[in-house]
Write a protein that binds this ligand. Structure first.
Ligand code: PLP
Length: 347
């Protein structure tokens, strides 16, 4: 077992969860493309594996790897970011309430409002940059505060430490969807959050070729319940996808450095251009929560939100005119993408 106790992020991203393969010492974790595992005696599993919905060695390596990157005890992976979100909310009971950031990914809002609200779980959408509004929204049924930071698509930066502090004093758990920051730029567990979630489809995957999700937590009881539901509900990632994600985390640090450098350059350049009504980027001093971003993020990230003069028609023309950027949903890949949330991801 490698000793990574003193290792920094880029080193952990390459080594954590990964040992030379049993038998032949292949350096890359094999793709254990198998549905089941042979038992030595009924109910006796060799090395803990019986059936790939329950656990798979390629998935175990990925989960350990990302848990290490987020500084948590347990990683639990899913077939998509939405599956991760669903499984976390599935740990709640009818009558429970969630205070959610008012600006979240459209698919998260859809799950909250159209899937879980009819099942009796209530969601209060609040601007979590306003801590008084957060305190006012909490009541005795509130079980979870759901942060996304930076938010999708308005790039609000929520003070994770301050929100987690309020949550803890009220006996409430804090979840942070860290997709827009990546584990390289921000580690919510170290800021007091109880659970961190990623759409691994984005920065963690980084090559626009995988859909996936993961949660990381050091809350043993919650981790056990989520792992139970991971198996019971069964929205698990395939071994091949786990392999692709393991390949990707190895370069996360260098990719994020480049994303941030490029985005800051572009955000500064766009700020001076005619026809651009506003530029929002957490790494710009003009960002309303620039101080919070400096406190909790290593850099501003790879996403910029702009408003163009002339409304929807001008936006459409702008989006149809780009050449190097591709008009497509998603983010965090090596290509540059551009999209209009109200028409596309948040429609
Ligand atoms: N969370 C955020 C912030 C996202 O942007 C997305 C997708 O865009 C998701 C969660 C959902 O992830 P997936 O598309 O992998 O289900």
């Amino acid at each position: 077992m490698k000793n990574l106790s003193e290792a920094k992020f880029a080193t952990r991203s390459i080594h954590a969860g990964q040992e030379p393969a049993p038998g032949n010492h292949a350096i890359m974790t094999p793709i254990y493309q198998t549905s089941t595992f042979v038992q030595s005696s009924p109910g006796e599993y060799v090395e803990g594996y019986d059936y790939s919905r329950s656990a798979n060695p390629t998935r175990t390596a990925l989960e350990k790897n990302i848990a290490s990157l987020e500084g948590g005890d347990r990683g639990i992976s899913f077939s998509s970011g939405c599956a991760a979100t669903s499984t976390v909310i599935n740990t709640l009971r009818p009558g429970d309430r969630v205070v959610s950031a008012d600006d979240v990914y459209g698919g998260t809002y859809r799950l909250f409002e159209n899937v879980f609200r009819p099942m009796g779980i209530h969601f209060d959408f609040v601007d979590l940059c306003d801590l008084d509004a957060l305190s006012a929204a909490i009541n005795s049924d509130t079980k979870v505060i759901w942060i996304e930071s930076p938010t999708n698509p308005l790039l609000k930066v929520i003070d994770i430490e301050a929100v987690s502090d309020i949550a803890r004093k009220n006996g409430i758990k804090t979840v942070v969807d860290n997709t827009f920051a990546s584990p390289y730029l921000q580690n919510p567990l170290s800021l007091g959050a109880d659970l961190v979630l990623h759409s691994t489809t984005k920065y963690i995957g980084g090559q626009s070729d995988v859909i996936g999700g993961v949660v990381v937590t050091s809350d043993a009881e919650w981790a056990d319940r989520i792992a139970y539901l991971q198996n019971a509900i069964g929205s698990v990632p395939a071994p091949m996808d786990c392999f692709l994600l393991l390949r990707s985390t190895k370069t996360l640090a260098v990719r994020m450095e480049k994303h941030c450098e490029n985005a800051l350059y572009l955000a500064e350049w766009l700020s001076g251009q005619p026809g651009i009504a506003s530029v929002t980027y957490p790494g710009l001093k003009t960002h309303p929560q620039y101080d919070v971003a400096c406190k909790q993020m290593k850099a501003g990230g790879g996403i910029i939100t702009i408003e163009v003069d002339g409304g929807l028609e001008a936006s459409r023309t702008f989006l149809e005119s780009v050449s190097l950027f591709s008009l497509a949903e998603s983010l965090g890949g090596v290509e540059s993408l551009i999209e209009h949330p109200a028409i596309m991801t948040h429609a």
